[in-house]
Design a protein around this ligand. Structure first.
Ligand SMILES: NC(=O)C1=CN([C@@H]2O[C@H](COP(=O)(O)OP(=O)(O)OC[C@H]3O[C@@H](n4cnc5c(N)ncnc54)[C@H](OP(=O)(O)O)[C@@H]3O)[C@@H](O)[C@H]2O)C=CC1
Ligand SMILES: CC(C)(CO)C(=O)C(=O)O
Length: 313
């Protein structure tokens, strides 16, 4: 009996998240990744080295592409895992490949799906509440996991794309759920990033340190302001109130990621841009437009922007 054809998956902007996902999907799909040349050289030479909770192994069945000319021309699925500030640039670069295709975002922050919708046929929004980091070229670590990946149809005609994607991810052994309200799921995930990413990045601390009572006070203000802005926007999350979310944050998420450093920490350490404009900066701007005070979000966004510039000097 002949085996069914494996779907072709193209991952755009593969670093910690994208390379790890490629490694996990390589057993169930034909995977190509658009990554930087340093990762491509290492993966072609030695395979992708994976460590952590998704397993310890070296994966050789990943094709690294240097540009759209090398990408599979008709992928069954494209997944964007670039940082949010690179979403438009990577979509522009691969515009001919994305046209009419199903494209999922597996990114933090608010606003990526709207950008992808300018290029794709069907858009699927996604969240991942797992910690990934790049250990070295072609070498990734998956550290801790707090809840399943979530995907939901954002826009476009291909409603069957969602169950196909969820089945594929599940067949790779990754915990995943389908959402009927992906906008709410994206905001729900953002609450964690708004709370811990900037503080851990600024203070060079792992997530567990956010439980310190002085930092909790700051986080409580950030979350309260965010709920006020969300209420004004008519956005709901899994939690009915700031208090309910804060209980979950300090009882479950902070302990789950106690020794992990969030992605923004690695950006600041490496002198890279951060996603602050899609997180606390986004809340502060929305608050300003709505006349809702957001001094804590504004302040922490400005501090991160200062560090971004300072680190790059
Ligand atoms: N790390 C984590 O634990 C988690 C991250 N996320 C989210 O997932 C997304 C990805 O994060 P993460 O994987 O950590 O980020 P990384 O910075 O590790 O990975 C993104 C990679 O994409 C590369 N890239 C950008 N543009 C292109 C391009 N045009 N062609 C090829 N490569 C490109 C970047 O290179 P360069 O840096 O050289 O520009 C970088 O190597 C973010 O939105 C993040 O917030 C979500 C949950 C957890
Ligand atoms: C869940 C968490 C905090 C895991 O690292 C994350 O989303 C990030 O680092 O951006």
């Amino acid at each position: 009996m002949t085996e069914p054809e494996r779907p072709v998956v193209l991952i755009l902007g593969a670093g910690g998240v994208g390379l790890s996902l490629a490694g996990a999907l390589a057993g169930v799909a034909r995977v190509a990744v658009a990554c930087r040349p340093r990762h491509a050289a290492a993966v072609r030479r030695d395979g992708l080295v994976m460590e952590g909770v998704w397993g310890e192994r070296t994966v050789r069945e990943i094709a690294c592409v240097a540009g759209p000319g090398e990408a599979p021309p008709a992928p069954d699925l494209v997944i964007v895992t670039a940082k949010g500030f690179d979403t438009r640039a990577v979509c522009e670069e691969y515009a001919d490949v994305l046209r009419g295709r199903t494209v999922a975002s597996l990114q933090n922050g608010i606003g990526n799906e709207e950008v992808i919708a300018d290029y794709a046929g069907t858009v699927i929004g996604g969240t991942v509440t797992t910690n990934f980091s790049v250990v070295g070229d072609g070498h990734v670590r998956v550290k801790s996991q707090s809840s399943p990946m979530v995907f939901g149809l954002w826009s476009g005609p291909d409603a069957d794309a969602l169950p196909r994607l969820v089945d594929l991810i599940r067949s790779a052994g990754i915990l995943v759920e389908a959402s009927t309200d992906i906008r709410s799921a994206k905001w729900s995930k953002s609450l964690l990033n708004l709370s811990v990413n900037p503080i851990c990045a600024l203070l060079s601390i792992p997530v567990g340190k956010a439980a310190d009572p002085r930092l909790q006070r700051v986080i409580r203000e950030i979350v309260s302001e965010t709920f006020a802005v969300m209420d004004a926007e008519g956005v709901g999350t899994r939690w009915p109130s700031a208090e309910a979310y804060l209980d979950h944050l300090f009882a479950v998420q902070v302990p789950d990621f106690a020794t992990a450093y969030p992605s923004m920490y690695y950006d600041i350490q490496a002198g890279r841009r951060t996603e602050i404009d899609l997180l606390n900066g986004y809340i502060a701007d929305l608050g300003e437009r709505r006349g809702i005070p957001t001094p804590y979000n504004r302040c922490i966004a400005d501090l991160v922007r200062f560090r971004e510039i300072d680190e790059r000097k």
